[in-house]
Design a protein. Structure first.
Ligand SMILES: Cc1cc2nc3c(=O)[nH]c(=O)nc-3n(C[C@H](O)[C@H](O)[C@H](O)COP(=O)(O)O)c2cc1C
Length: 259
């Protein structure tokens, strides 16, 4: 059996989980093609017997780039089986249930929902910086969860995570309100004079939102706050509120196919 996994990943966590899932699935004779939502734009499930969606969580819900992509998933009458997983700093979120509800409306059978706790890449806005110990603990937990997910799916077992109606409505409100504030928050991201104009952030910004002007990388107004540029910069020259942040994602971000 072969499935397709569509993911968006700003700083590598969701892609790490996708890579891990592909590896674990092979042990169950399940093949998985991984496709980046940034590259694909539209979902195409032809020729696949199951569908997996992977998303990070931005203020409780999925980023808009993922929401827009889900609206391109073709309607089916075959009850294609699906897995929806999220990665986030906390234990739970509303994103997974929101996506699985949307897929169910399109005729899919969402067999597995998984919310996977991973390092919080936006700790400098909320929460606290994950220590090395916490990072290790969280990654071990994440891998365990992915193994269980694969086992349940391969045995045709359902695995749903409880998400209350209250959480869904409050989450939708918080998430949509946050989305409106992204242009303002993203104004806090700037490049310092340490920028060596290597072009890594320009080439890898999912929105093509960075250019070089006057010898500096300029972050324009189309930022989706994925934080890739901040965690990726080899000189740690992309600042938040004028300060360098500790690039806690610098290892895991290597899972992205960087240009
Ligand atoms: C804009 C933004 C908002 C976030 N909001 C939440 C949140 O509401 N709850 C949470 O647990 N984590 C939140 N996070 C943390 C990310 O969901 C988490 O680190 C995720 O695994 C990142 O995945 P990625 O590396 O694939 O982009 C947020 C991160 C960003 C960038």
């Amino acid at each position: 059996m072969k499935g397709v996994l569509y993911y968006f990943s700003g700083t590598g966590n969701t892609k790490w989980a996708a890579d891990k899932l592909k590896e674990i699935f092979e042990r169950y004779d399940l093949q998985l093609d991984l496709k980046s939502i940034e590259e694909e734009k539209r979902a195409d499930t032809r020729g696949y017997s199951f569908l997996v969606i992977g998303t990070p969580v931005y203020a409780e819900i999925e980023p808009k780039i993922v929401e827009d992509f889900i609206s391109t998933v073709p309607v089916t009458e075959t009850q294609t089986r699906c897995i929806v997983y999220s990665t986030q700093g906390a234990a739970k979120c509303s994103a997974v249930r929101r996506i699985s509800t949307e897929l169910a409306k399109r005729g899919y059978d969402v067999a597995v929902e998984a919310m996977i706790e991973m390092p919080n890449n936006f700790y400098f806005y909320f929460g606290k910086e994950p220590s090395d110990k916490k990072m290790r603990r969280v990654m071990i937990g994440a891998e365990r969860k992915l193994r269980k997910l694969a086992r349940d799916f391969s045995r045709d077992r359902e695995q749903k995570q409880r998400t209350s109606a209250l959480r869904l409505s409050v989450g939708a409100f918080a998430g949509k309100t946050f989305r409106k504030s992204i242009p303002k928050i993203s104004q806090n991201i700037t490049a310092s004079g340490d920028c060596i104009k290597c072009g890594l952030c320009l080439r890898n910004c999912p929105k093509g939102n960075i250019t070089f002007e006057g010898g500096l990388a300029i972050i324009h107004s189309n930022c989706i706050l994925c934080l890739r540029c901040i965690h990726l910069c080899p000189e740690n020259a992309i600042l938040y509120k004028g300060r360098r942040i500790n690039q806690t994602q610098k290892d895991i971000i290597k899972h992205l196919e960087l240009k």
